[in-house]
Design a protein around this ligand. Structure first.
Ligand SMILES: Cc1ncc(COP(=O)(O)O)c(C=O)c1O
Length: 355
């Protein structure tokens, strides 16, 4: 159980929700809740931490985030348990990653208690916003932006840390069609791929738009300059079942250290299956497909949970994956993970934080 210090000043909204959110739950990210968390960084310290009604924030046009893009974020989910309680999935991992991102982007880190309490206190206040429809959750979006008003290029001295909440329905309702990128990249060695930095998402948008225009759900990001090694897909880590073994790209500084990825690896290992974290080429996937060894392929992420791939297109080749009923991993892993998240099975890894 999270211990709450209630150290933040709280101003409640007059128009706050008075009853549990009902179905249909809005599409992912489209609705924010009644309250938000905000803290300011000035003179080397986090100050003025408070929960307020959801509101606009005054910002000068010279604020550094608008020009040089010091901005990072996280994505976490709270789940309505079968017994009605609310629990958050592995938020401490997100706190660690938030600070990894902050350090890479020359931004201040956040103390553990400030991060954890900002989330737990806000979710507690917004309890009625946690949906109970199947597959739904309350998405938690902590983020930090540079606010110093100065047009000279330098790391900002001032920042805002905020948390927003958004009720979320299931992200993908059907298996995905994936286009292998042979032109754009998402991340490179020495860059910011391992950080959840806003700029990573900005640079990925054009590829995503072009993939969508060609009828694909997501891009499969490849390593430059030869576009042979697989990185990740959209905002998901990726897994391929080749024969009996599940393979996922190793954490190499280019891909995000996904909390879902880590959870899937633990679940697979715990079930006694073979899993390898290593470099994987598109040629190996093509070879496995040709030899009927490509038995499953899926993406993982907080938003999408486990999202199976239906088709992977490389240049002009379409790789069709086996029907969902024949998949050795994706169905079972999604079910197993969801059962833990919704409290339908014992939380043997101690992943859920009760609020
Ligand atoms: C680029 C990228 N890769 C992978 C993931 C999956 O990470 P997680 O499982 O922590 O949500 C995300 C989402 O956060 C992402 O944005």
């Amino acid at each position: 159980m999270a211990t709450l210090t209630h150290r933040f000043e709280v101003t409640l909204s007059d128009t706050a929700r008075k009853e549990q959110i009902s179905s249909p739950v809005p599409d992912f990210g489209s609705v924010t809740t009644d309250h938000m968390f905000i803290a300011e960084y000035a003179n080397g310290q986090w100050v003025n931490a408070r929960i307020t009604p959801f509101q606009n924030i005054p910002m000068g046009p010279a604020s550094s985030v608008f020009h040089y893009g010091q901005a990072i974020f996280e994505g976490i989910k709270a789940y309505r348990q079968v017994d009605g309680k609310v629990k958050i999935f592995r938020p401490e991992k997100n706190w660690e990653r938030f600070n990894t991102s902050a350090e890479r982007m020359a931004m201040p880190t956040i103390p553990r208690d400030l991060f954890m309490d900002s989330i737990t206190e806000l979710v507690q206040i917004e309890n009625l916003w946690v949906p109970d429809e199947e597959g739904s959750s309350l998405y938690i979006r902590p983020f930090m932006i540079a606010t110093e008003e100065l047009l000279r290029v330098k790391p900002s001295d001032n920042f805002l840390y905020m948390v927003l909440l958004s009720p979320a329905a299931n992200y993908y309702s059907k298996p995905l069609n994936i286009l292998v990128s042979d032109h754009y990249t998402r991340a490179d060695y020495g860059g910011t791929g391992f950080a959840k930095a806003a700029g990573n998402y900005a640079r990925a948008m054009k590829g995503q738009v072009e993939a969508r225009a060609k009828g694909y759900d997501q891009m499969l990001w490849m390593e430059s300059p030869d576009y042979k090694y697989i990185q990740e897909s959209g905002t998901m880590n990726v897994f391929f079942a080749i024969g009996e073994t599940l393979v996922t790209p190793a954490l190499d500084g280019c891909i995000l250290d996904g909390v879902t990825r880590d959870s899937i690896i633990q679940l697979v290992r715990n079930a006694g299956h073979k899993i390898e974290e290593r470099r994987i080429t598109i040629d190996e996937v093509l070879w496995a497909h040709k030899n009927n060894l490509l038995r499953d392929a899926f993406g993982t992420g907080t938003a999408a949970s486990v999202a199976p791939f239906q088709k992977i297109t490389y240049k002009s080749m379409d790789l069709e994956l086996p029907p969902m009923a024949e998949r050795p991993f994706s169905n079972d892993l999604k079910t197993e993970l969801d059962k833990i998240k919704y409290g339908q099975t014992p939380d043997i890894f101690n992943w859920m934080l009760e609020i």
